[in-house]
Design a protein. Structure first.
Length: 221
């Protein structure tokens, strides 16, 4: 039995769950995965029983509970330094942490206008001044990281996928679903992350899920 248990929401919709799950995958740990339907009638009661914040993902490791995606990544990076979850170079590591924190704290217009649904396609929808401004900033983040640190590989910091890529993986999923206009470099990065074996595993599992949450199945204007 694994010493790690990760509680997550629906793989089709739960962007934060994807971040925590990818952190576990990139760390190379053996973990037990518990997937819960966020649309279930008892979801609110259940999630409050496992998470101090009443949100997923939640990682349990023995007596330790870590209930936030970026904290899960940092916890695993501390436990498994050889996994290379953050870039080795100090300047690259500082940038990776900064852009991960920016992702964590911001881009609310994009989140509300272009939600994650890995099974659907809503091309051309969800575009408004707020979401387009968020997309422009994200593209600038990607371009700067790739320019400074990404030579030699398809990811933000080169050939090795990191926690920074995990933090932006749900954005990649949104861009695949909503198909905003992107420059060539951003499109290449989206393709690289979308086809990473762990992300492919996640979306295949999402396709097989039996649950539907109506509010995520209908596009906005």
């Amino acid at each position: 039995m694994s010493e790690f248990t990760l509680h997550i929401g629906n793989k089709a919709y739960s962007s934060w769950s994807l971040r925590g799950w990818l952190a576990c995958k990139l760390a190379g740990i053996d973990f037990r995965e518990e997937v819960h339907d966020m649309g279930a009638p008892d979801w609110s009661t259940f999630v409050r029983s496992i998470s101090p914040s009443a949100r997923v993902p939640v990682l349990r490791h023995g007596e330790i509970t870590v209930w936030e995606s970026l904290a899960i990544g940092d916890y695993l990076a501390d436990l498994f330094p050889k996994a290379g979850l953050w870039p080795e170079d100090r300047a690259a590591r500082a940038e990776a942490r900064a852009i991960s924190a920016e992702m964590h704290a911001g881009f609310t217009a994009l989140r509300s206008s272009m939600w994650m649904n890995t099974r659907r396609r809503f091309p051309g929808r969800g575009r408004n001044p707020g979401s387009l401004a968020d997309i422009a900033r994200i593209v600038a983040i990607w371009e700067e990281a790739r320019r400074r640190f990404g030579a030699g590989g398809p990811y933000l910091f080169g050939s090795r996928i990191t926690l920074a890529d995990a933090m932006y993986a749900p954005v990649v999923a949104r861009f695949v679903t909503w198909e905003p206009d992107l420059p060539a470099g951003a499109k290449a990065y989206v393709a690289a992350v979308w086809e990473h074996p762990a992300v492919v595993e996640w979306r295949k599992a999402a396709e097989a899920e039996p649950w539907l949450i109506t509010k995520y199945e209908t596009p906005g204007p």
